[in-house]
Design a protein around this ligand. Structure first.
Ligand code: AHR
Length: 508
């Protein structure tokens, strides 16, 4: 039994949910919160791709993070950090690479291995020892689907089509033979191809109309080089910029060489990651209703050009982007930030939005997987720490391939209780997030369209919003079992302040 709630305290909270505000043994108040879940109202499939990740050549995400090199004293599997591979295996359905803005530096076929300057992220040189073959090797090791992002801003249609041929053509052409000579006789069969990145910004400073003209040229040569038909992703807006979407689709007309349209939406932070005040945290969390609104409005706008819904909406960069600590960036690379309890709550608020809007999205990719922004893992020499983001993805993995079902919070607040639920057959998965730093909640869920038989729950919680799994305290925050009660149409649990809970509910 968790220390914070006695059985008696828990039941008291549940029974009196509509009446009083109770106080837990730890001293914080327990506000009653009502949720309704309708297991018969299906929202859409939570595709595995909705829990995608992003690996960019930025800071120490690749070099020194995922890739330590074959001769490293750090335990590795053919150059890949062994601990990272073990932690990530099975947790990353799809992995986007190599950028981001780095996509517009052009990586090219692996055999060339030029020393290039990463102009977007510090002008440092890269030896390209981690190229296409190594990326695909990583994807195979961690069981992720690759998603390649091609260079449009400073690249050519020829480079992109050659990259596709290199990856996907089975054998017999110079490029497919080059792949084989580089150790990969079998085609990579890469399905997901981004046609540029942020072409409204680092990818060329264009407007949607200019980009659409370029997109038509690039996509014209992006043919299927194997049985794997490419799923071409066009650059979508920054946040909810509707002008970009209108200009792009206004130019594209009814041409259908677009399978995906990818928006980016970051949640900016006003302070260094471990120095947030409750007010700064609240301000960052208030971006999540905006993200949900942006998904709904962008999908609705897309529907006016694509009434058959043949084009999928992606959110292929999202996550918290706090103020950077200069010394940390010097030591660990650009855009390195510590991942805290606040970051975990933010990840879970984002995933709840994504689950609730599963019917409107085909892929999302949090930025980035290691050592950059909203990471799963942080590394320092041989050390590899699982962050709170890692645990949120681990806990919520059960939603994948389940059907999202309708949920409603009785008294919604912009930064209040957040819920998502999904089901497959007799299994229901429920994620509850309490983003408040000073108030616990007794959550009373009423279930329609199904009846619950039993439930178990895991919780991620720390009372300190700035607490983190650091290199000195790598295991401070990890999921624990938590008490939850079910009784037919009712599921009840207490949430301490700043907590993420996922319940596995068995239905009758
Ligand atoms: O994630 C960091 C950067 O943010 C990416 O390179 C770019 O696409 C975005 O602006």
């Amino acid at each position: 039994m968790p220390k914070s709630f006695t059985r008696r305290g828990f039941l008291l909270g549940a029974g009196a949910a509509s009446a009083a505000i109770l106080t837990s043994r730890r001293g914080f108040s327990l506000e009653p919160a009502g949720v309704s879940i309708d297991a018969s109202q299906e929202v859409g499939l939570i595709r595995p791709e909705l829990h995608g990740q992003f690996a960019e050549h930025l800071g120490s995400c690749i070099y020194g993070g995922l890739w330590v090199g074959k001769d490293s004293p750090i335990p590795n599997i053919d150059g890949y950090r062994k601990q990272a591979v073990e932690y990530l295996k099975g947790l990353v359905p799809v992995l986007r690479w190599p950028g981001g803005c780095f996509a517009d530096d052009g990586v090219g076929p692996a055999a060339k291995r030029p020393r290039t300057v990463n102009v977007h992220w510090g002008n440092n040189t890269e030896d390209n020892s981690f190229g296409t073959n190594e990326f695909i090797g990583l994807c195979r090791l961690i069981e992720a689907e690759p998603y390649l992002s091609a260079n449009v801003g400073s690249g050519t249609p020829e480079e992109m089509r050659d990259w596709m041929e290199y990856c996907n053509y089975p054998k017999g052409s110079s490029l497919s033979d080059l792949r084989a000579a580089n150790g990969a006789p079998e085609p990579f069969n890469v399905k997901y191809w981004g046609v540029g990145n942020e072409n409204w910004g680092c990818g060329g400073q264009m407007n949607g109309d200019e980009y659409a003209t370029l997109y038509r040229r690039f996509s014209n040569y992006a043919r299927p080089f194997s049985e794997t038909r490419p799923f071409l992703v066009a650059c979508g807006p920054s946040g909810n910029n509707q002008d970009w979407t209108r200009k792009f689709w206004g130019n594209m007309g009814t041409r259908r060489a677009v399978q995906g349209f990818a928006m980016h939406f970051y949640s900016r932070g006003a302070n260094f990651s471990t120095k947030f005040s409750p007010a700064e945290m609240q301000q960052q969390f208030s971006s999540f209703p905006d993200i949900e609104k942006a998904i709904l409005e962008q999908r609705a706008l897309l529907d006016t050009y694509d009434p058959q819904k043949q084009v999928g909406l992606l959110l292929d960069e999202w996550g918290v982007w706090d103020r950077m600590v200069p010394e940390e960036q010097t030591q660990y690379g650009r855009l390195f930030q510590q991942i805290t309890m606040r970051s975990a709550v933010a990840a879970a608020l984002g995933l709840n939005v994504i689950h609730r809007q599963a019917g409107k999205l085909v892929m999302t990719n949090i930025a980035q997987i290691v050592n950059v922004l909203h990471s799963m893992l942080l590394t320092d020499g041989p050390q590899c720490v699982r962050t709170t983001t890692y645990y949120v993805y681990q806990m919520t993995k059960a939603h994948l391939s389940q059907t999202s079902i309708a949920v409603a919070v009785e008294k919604p607040e912009p930064v209040g209780l957040s819920v998502s639920a999904s089901r497959r057959g007799g299994e229901l998965t429920l994620t509850l997030v309490n983003p408040k730093p000073d108030a616990g909640m007794t959550v009373n869920c009423s279930l329609a369209g199904a009846s619950a038989r039993s439930a178990t729950a895991r919780i991620l919680h720390d009372a300190d919003l700035n607490a983190a799994n650091t290199f000195a305290t790598p295991d401070r925050i990890a999921p624990r079992d938590h008490q939850i009660a079910v009784e037919g149409a009712r599921i009840v649990t207490d949430l301490p302040p700043l907590s993420v809970l996922t319940a596995a509910v068995r239905l009758v």
